[in-house]
Design a protein around this ligand. Structure first.
Ligand SMILES: CSCCC(=O)C(=O)O
Ligand SMILES: [Fe+2]
Length: 174
């Protein structure tokens, strides 16, 4: 893992952008709210997950093969500056990529190059973006503080109509 001030040059987003020569340590990342754990074993990540209450996980493959037709749109969306209302927890299993987070005074980007076995926790409410590096592929475990909402809800006995339809599926005519 390597963190440094993004040089804001016009090179392609997936270029390194590390010409400033200023590198940041893990404490500097902590100052902007980002927790970074370098080269962690899966057992260590499990222990961190237990301690921090991450109860669910899935995996994402950000590559042309992994995302197929959705690749361009996903890469574009990841690179749009955004924030989440929950922590963004990613454990890199293969490949590498760049997480850019805003500096404390919001004046510039801090680029964090993550590689295999690095764990990064971008807190809720922090503007960030992600892009691949020149290797164009990353496989990451995504960990969550609550189980994703796609848990199947069996029909409750005796329910004549679907009480969820109106609430969840506005596109279908009533
Ligand atoms: C390697 S995960 C890519 C970034 C991401 O998941 C996000 O910004 O939500
Ligand atoms: Fe994100």
């Amino acid at each position: 893992m390597r963190a440094y001030y993004h040089d804001e040059s016009n090179e392609h987003p997936t270029a390194r952008h590390d010409s400033t020569g200023e590198y940041l340590d893990l404490n500097a990342l902590k100052e902007v709210g980002v927790l970074a754990f370098v080269n962690q074993s899966l057992e260590n990540v499990d222990a961190i997950a237990l301690e921090r209450g991450y109860v669910a996980r899935d995996e994402i493959r950000v590559s042309k093969e992994g995302l197929g037709d959705g690749y361009e749109a996903k890469i574009k969306a990841f690179y749009e500056e955004h924030l989440h209302e929950d922590e963004e927890i990613r454990y890199i299993r293969e490949g590498s990529g760049y997480f850019d987070v805003r500096s404390k005074d919001d004046s510039r980007w801090i680029r964090i190059h993550v590689e295999k076995n690095d764990l990064i926790i971008v807190p809720a409410g922090i503007y960030h973006r992600f892009t691949l590096d020149s290797k164009n592929a990353v496989r990451a475990v995504r960990l969550f503080k609550e189980a994703p909402k796609w848990i199947a809800l069996p029909r409750e006995p005796g329910l004549e109509t679907n009480p969820y339809r109106q609430q969840y599926v506005s596109s279908i005519s009533a």
